[in-house]
Write a protein that binds this ligand. Structure first.
Ligand code: C5P
Length: 241
């Protein structure tokens, strides 16, 4: 199943409510997008927003980054499987046992309903965490790169489909975890964009060259003067080069 997963641009719907979200999606009456719904939108609108977006035919990455004891995460994943989203995630820091439990909850519930299991990926280290913070605050003495590598290997050991990472880490992760292990990469900007609060940015074209399987793009599309044009440019650069 996953080998056939095409590369895709995922549009981050970082809006605070349904009105803004649907106003944005209305600009794409024909196109079926792959969108990311994060905590802000999900917590403000609840599962109804997922049903609404799905009813328009879009694919959904539900970015809730679960991290709790294995039993709780397994049960929570069963509930998320009912939403029939296309991709979900957890924190690799929750341990291999927690990731195994997450996969179990998702797989069992999807099988019960004869539905396709959503892709499940792990966050290795947040891109907002730099090496100094990781070592000082989290007491992880390894380098950031080594930590990302081991967390990705843990996700693979647990049976997960891939990780969220920087495009600059995609090649190293594919070398360690295999080319079919997915890399989902935010931090994307066109050459003429502002960096905003992202630190290590990459163009869609460069992300493709670096081996990203999915790029997550927010403001360069959502805040563009013409979001449809920006989305098409992104697709053109990432998918066709
Ligand atoms: O607007 P921008 O393109 O920076 O949005 C990137 C999206 O990817 C946001 O939803 C952000 O929360 C998410 N993300 C990220 N870095 C990570 C994980 C998620 O930027 N490490």
């Amino acid at each position: 199943m996953l080998k056939q997963t095409p590369k895709a641009v995922i549009v981050a719907l970082d809006f605070s409510n349904k009105q803004e979200t649907l106003a944005f999606l209305d600009k794409f009456p024909e196109g079926k997008l792959f969108v990311k719904v994060g905590m802000e939108l999900f917590y403000s609108e609840g599962p109804a927003i997922i049903k609404e977006i799905k009813s328009r035919g879009h694919h959904i990455f539900l970015d809730l980054k679960l991290h709790d004891i294995p039993h709780t995460v397994e049960k929570a994943m069963s509930v998320l499987a009912n939403l029939e989203v296309d991709m979900v995630n957890v924190h690799a820091a929750g341990t291999i046992d927690m990731m195994v439990a997450a996969l179990k909850g998702l797989t069992c519930q999807a099988a019960n309903q004869s539905k396709k299991r959503p892709i499940i990926i792990a966050v290795t280290q947040l891109t907002s965490t730099d090496e100094v913070r990781m070592q000082k605050d989290l007491l992880i003495s390894s380098t950031l790169e080594e930590t990302v590598k081991i967390y990705a290997q843990n996700a693979k050991t647990a049976g997960l489909d891939g990780v969220v990472c920087s495009p600059h880490e995609a090649q190293m992760i594919h070398e360690n975890c295999g080319k079919d292990f997915l890399t989902v990469t935010p931090g994307i900007r066109f050459l003429d964009n502002e960096k905003d609060d992202q630190v290590r940015i990459t163009t869609p074209e460069k992300a493709k060259l670096l081996g990203s399987d999915f790029i997550v793009v927010g403001r360069p599309i959502t805040m563009a003067k013409d979001p449809v044009l920006a989305y098409e440019r992104c697709q053109q650069e990432f998918l066709k080069g």
